[in-house]
Design a binder for this molecule. Structure first.
Ligand code: SAH
Length: 225
């Protein structure tokens, strides 16, 4: 998979891709991530990418021209499955959507900033819009990092234990059961005895029951009777 993330603040995206699982995924060549500085596609000597909104109102708007030039340049080098604009009013991000995106080959993630992007970008250049929740962030960078993380960890070979992503919350319509590690007794707070029993069938059964109970309590909407 290849991800091209367009941003006017590339530094905001440096660390999420340079540590831990996302870094290893790139080292193993399972994904390539390009952080593209929108300012490289500006047309003036000040490298402007934003301007005042027509009709007035507070806040700057990202201009269409640098974004169009940038997307056109990217498309001349690769065929992209989707051009995704990170937007608070987009399709709500979810595990099924992460699963769907993990099957794509090349994706562009466009990060807005300030008041957002010129509406014509959304009408003509973007194929899809994703929101990570009903709240407003200062920019699309953190949202793009969230989407990229959720998608990259699903790519085959990224997680060491191949079954690990499958046993995460939401993958089987349930949230994850509780997990414990050493010590088995901490200040008298004990790990459930079943987990120390060595009886794998019983342990699996316990985990499933716990996942069901937790889902009923915390995400009843996930359970389809
Ligand atoms: N004026 C806009 C908000 C702009 S926030 C409005 O009221 O809808 C600036 C940028 O942050 C947006 O262009 C978008 O790229 C990003 N952003 C903010 N909240 C987001 C969210 N919940 N999900 C995804 N991207 C978001």
């Amino acid at each position: 998979m290849h991800l091209s993330i367009i941003t006017c603040l590339p530094r905001l995206l440096e660390s999420p891709f340079n540590d831990s699982i996302l870094k290893r995924a790139q080292q193993k060549n399972l994904v390539t991530v390009d952080i593209i500085d929108l300012r490289d596609y500006a047309t003036d000597k000040h490298q402007s990418v934003d301007d005042y909104a027509f009709g007035g109102g507070a806040g700057m708007v990202l201009m269409i021209e640098p974004i169009d030039r940038c997307i056109t340049d990217l498309k001349s080098k690769r065929q992209y499955d989707e051009v995704i604009y990170m937007s608070p009013d987009g399709e709500l991000f979810s595990q099924p959507l992460a699963n769907e995106l993990s099957l794509k080959k090349n994706l562009i993630l466009l990060c807005g900033h300030y008041k957002g992007v010129d509406e014509r970008v959304r009408e003509h250049l973007v194929t899809r819009e994703i929101s990570i929740g009903n709240y407003v962030l200062s920019g699309g960078e953190l949202a793009a990092a969230v989407v990229a993380d959720a998608v990259i960890r699903l790519l085959p070979g990224v997680l060491n234990d191949e079954t690990s992503a499958l046993s995460d919350s939401f993958q089987d319509g349930l949230v994850a059961p509780p997990v414990y590690t050493r010590p088995a007794d901490y200040k008298g707070w004990k790990v459930p005895a079943i987990l120390l029993s060595g009886d794998h069938a019983k342990i699996e059964e316990w985990k499933h029951e716990q996942a069901l109970e937790r889902t009923r309590k915390r995400r009843p909407g996930l359970i389809v009777d």
